[in-house]
Design a protein around this ligand. Structure first.
Ligand SMILES: NC(=O)c1ccc[n+]([C@@H]2O[C@H](COP(=O)([O-])OP(=O)(O)OC[C@H]3O[C@@H](n4cnc5c(N)ncnc54)[C@H](O)[C@@H]3O)[C@@H](O)[C@H]2O)c1
Length: 393
């Protein structure tokens, strides 16, 4: 079997949280997916912090390391470039990679602004490379099961959807002014960072969105300045020098889907209480389901006609997609990083098969088309239609 597998050389750019998570995934895919069609090889890592590069080579077994991401693009053994640098670097890196004929996996949201996403998609389409985006929550086994219930008509006609991503990563005013809070490095705030996950889930579970009305807000306008080499979970001290938060902490929206369903979305990085609540509720004429990342191994299901009326709590287990690749049986949990591994397995399977991947950059453009309408609505204070902003050329 192994001789029939395609070798896929990987170059990773950015070795923070996501760069490390993807690298661990590539390393353990062979131990989890024996039926795979490919074997990933960690060829070269790049980070602007030299210590991180050294750690990646020593601990993860990358063959080479560099502080210049151009070396990753130019490397002849690299087939796939995995872009895990801050958002505003996505565009130059992803376009250079596509133009060098590399397949590109880019962490969400693919650029910090809708215009950047459109340019990246157009360039990669012109180059004919395979693209993937890090919308990992869709790969949770029970989310896939919920998708199956919708597609099979078990929930009837979908009438309502609620999506939220409430995170506490910015709720402490002493949380440092990391790249996520800066226009020049992140682009927009939560409408790019975490609301985009909710838009991905809604598109997958219900379908495209036709019109929106929304508003944003920056709740904590000043934060302590960051220290080199830290992460966005680090804290400053009272009296530290501060700087201005340049993008939004909160976004709320009402939407109408193309199929007529009504939806409500909220995203906040400064809310107190929910630690990492990427969650949705789907309501149909025959039933409803609700899921929350904080309890990702559980799905609540309500079906009209059940004699015992009420939500049934379904526990994750190996009868749902992918779960058995990690642990056998029922109610033995899987975790956050397992979703990244499923994501990487699916993307590399697409690369090995030579087929375009979903979600790829085309889907990222669909999502930033919704974001662009939301940003317009924030300014106009009116309902705005979602107009596909992709470049047809
Ligand atoms: N899918 C998810 O659930 C998820 C979660 C977190 C982050 N993300 C996305 O992943 C990306 C990275 O976020 P993160 O949390 O890993 O950030 P991070 O700050 O932990 O890591 C970013 C890394 O990029 C490095 N870097 C900065 N400039 C660079 C350059 N010029 N060349 C090479 N490396 C450079 C930094 O030194 C750092 O190590 C972002 O686009 C973010 O939106 C996705």
């Amino acid at each position: 079997m192994s001789s029939e597998r395609t070798k896929i050389g990987i170059g990773v750019i950015g070795f923070g949280w996501m760069g490390q998570a993807h690298s661990r995934s590539y390393l353990r895919i062979p131990t989890l997916f024996p039926d795979r069609t490919f074997d990933p090889e960690l060829v070269i890592i790049s980070d602007s912090v030299a210590d991180r590069v050294d750690g990646a080579v020593a601990d993860f077994g990358f063959r080479e390391g560099t502080t210049d991401w151009n070396d990753v693009i130019a490397h002849p053994d690299v087939d796939v470039v995995c872009v895990c640098a801050p958002n505003m670097l996505h565009e130059p890196i992803a376009i250079a990679a596509a133009q060098a004929n590399k397949h590109v996996f880019c962490e969400k949201p693919v650029g910090g602004t809708p215009d950047q996403t459109v340019r990246v998609e157009a360039a990669s389409r012109a180059a004919g490379v395979i693209t993937g985006v890090g919308y990992n929550y869709r790969w949770a086994p029970l989310v896939q099961y919920a998708k199956g219930l919708v597609e099979a008509g078990t929930l009837g006609q979908i009438t309502n959807y609620r999506g939220r991503f409430f995170s506490m990563y910015g709720s402490d005013p002493m949380g440092l002014l990391s790249w996520r809070f800066m226009l020049g490095e992140a682009g927009h705030g939560v409408s790019s960072d975490i609301l985009s996950h909710s838009i991905d889930l809604a598109h997958m579970l219900v379908g495209p969105i036709a019109k929106v009305v929304g508003t944003g807000h920056t709740q904590i306008p000043e934060r302590p300045l960051p220290k080199p080499g830290g992460t966005h979970y680090d804290l400053g001290q009272p009296g530290d020098p501060t700087g201005t938060v340049e993008n939004e902490d909160y976004f709320g929206a009402m939407v109408v889907f193309e199929n007529g369903a009504r939806g409500v979305f909220e995203a906040s990085r400064t809310i107190v209480g929910p630690e990492s609540q990427c969650a949705f509720e789907i309501y149909g004429t025959l039933g409803s389901v609700r899921w929350n990342l904080e309890t990702m191994n559980e799905l609540d299901v309500f079906l009209v006609g059940d004699e015992a009326r009420g939500y049934t709590k379904v526990f994750g287990g190996d009868r749902y997609p992918y779960h058995g690749n990690f642990v056998p049986g029922d109610a033995n949990s899987i975790g956050y990083e397992d979703l990244k591994t499923i994501e990487d397995f699916e993307f590399l399977s697409s690369v090995a098969a030579g087929r375009q991947h979903n979600p790829g950059f085309a889907e990222a453009v669909d999502y930033v088309s919704v974001q662009a309408a939301l940003l317009k609505s924030w300014e106009s204070e009116k309902w705005e239609p979602v107009i596909g902003i992709g470049d047809p050329a």
